[in-house]
Design a protein around this ligand. Sequence first.
Ligand code: HXC
Length: 516
Amino acid sequence: MSILKQKIEELKNRKAKIMLGGGEKSIAKQKEMGKKTARERIDALLDKDSFLEYDMFIQHEAREFGLLGKELPADGVVTGTGKINGKQVAVFAQDFTVAGGSLGFMHAKKITKIMDIALNNRIPLIGINDSGGARIQEGVGALAGYGEIFYRNTISSGVIPQLSVILGPCAGGAVYSPALTDFVFVVEGISKMFITGPDVIKTVLGEEISQEDLGGARVHSEITGNAHFCASSEEECFNQIRTLLDYIPQNNNKESLFNALAKEPLDEIKIETAVPDDPKIPYDVRNVIKSVTDGSDFFEVQALFAPNIVIGYGRINGATVGFIANQPDSLAGVLDCDSADKAARFIRFCDSFNIPLVTFEDLPGYLPGVDQEHMGVIRHGAKILYAYSEATVPRITVILRKAYGGGYIAMNSRHLQADFVFAWTLAEIAVMGAEGAANVIFRKDIAEAENPAEARTQKIQEYKDKFANPYVAAGKGFVDAVIEPCETRKYLIHALSVCKNKKVERPYKKHGNPPF
Ligand code: HXC
């Protein structure tokens, strides 16, 4: 055998050993938990044969607690670049079969190298997390590694999209990298995220809870809002990632993929009947969104968290649009702490990545109550004001029905410098609903009337006649056009086309100070 052939053989043998990760027993355990191995995950996610692995031969330098001389193949993380939907991405996937995917110093170095490659080349970063957290035997070296990752997450924020996929435990410091990224994907029964696990909680507080109930996929999708997409299998999760990457651009200097395949909304989605005339009757605002998007496609983000606001992506005339819509089907579509957080972060992502925003408005205002006030609805509610005001992408609002009080201002009003505000003929733009308004301003008249009930009905009607319409706001130029529901898509196409080259200069500042 020639020397070259021998060397090639050696390379193949070395690679084969590393490809086995933590060995067959650990792989079998991984499979028992319904999980793929790190390399299988990358293969399943990326375009066929597009992945190129880096730093396969990296070795850890730990010496303590039995690690000296212990082989940890690829140091428990697979890194490299490849393609999704034909577009370049950078990926890392922690290998739980090797020391529980724990993060040591060299493991972190591999991750930070791929993060640097992603940032320098302006390609999205996808991190697949499956790890017991900081490698306990390495001490401060592991902590240093986390710090280096968090720094890069922050510097890359707003430049390249960063996606975190939680496919196993994600404990301690490991949760903060995902929290710093733009989108977090979880899978039911597989994903677990917490700062301190059940054991620590029991020791410190005496409380007993399972990993699933503490930080499982549903908990983070419905309660904490830490997760943006919840799937029932790894395959479904990878499909969600591919779909998302189809809607968003590679970096903050690129436009989203133009896709003119599905031109018109589907016939069966009828905008005329999507919204009941009676402002008290709820409905699903997603049908309004679907009535204006190409092919009636709508890819919802954080569908299970704060359902009183709906956010997500669709296309209008081939180009991606970010939708924000009050959801009358849930809490009458009010704004509260969670929905303001949800919308604000979405607005900031879209603004960072040049995605125009369309807002559908129908809400009675901010949610009143002691709970909300004490949870800081002032601070949380301010986030949505800040995010809209700061955004320089095209911003278009359509007022469907109710636009009352603070809600009217917050939902991308003209006063926050919306580019276009359209109102349906059903729109009611006022400080509050007619009933509440009459009770306040006509309290004396109603109390002193011969028939108070009749007087109240009369006063409510009086207020409705005056303000429960779009024409007062239109008369002041706060609304650009009063439109029929069936004209919505046409007006949106026109407005988006006018705003195509929108350029707004802001005064110099290092950065603003949003109410985080
Ligand atoms: C070193 C670890 C490890 C860790 C797991 N392993 N976590 N090795 N450091 N953090 C090893 C185990 O010893 C075991 O090795 C193998 O990985 C598989 O782990 P198991 O426990 O057998 O798996 P499982 O039963 O599925 O439990 C998974 C787990 C549990 C829930 C993640 O391993 C666990 O609780 N690990 C510790 C979690 C933790 O407290 N991490 C530190 C967080 S502090 P063998 O050789 O037996 O196969 C932190 C601070 C960072 O991250 C702060 C930065 C700001």
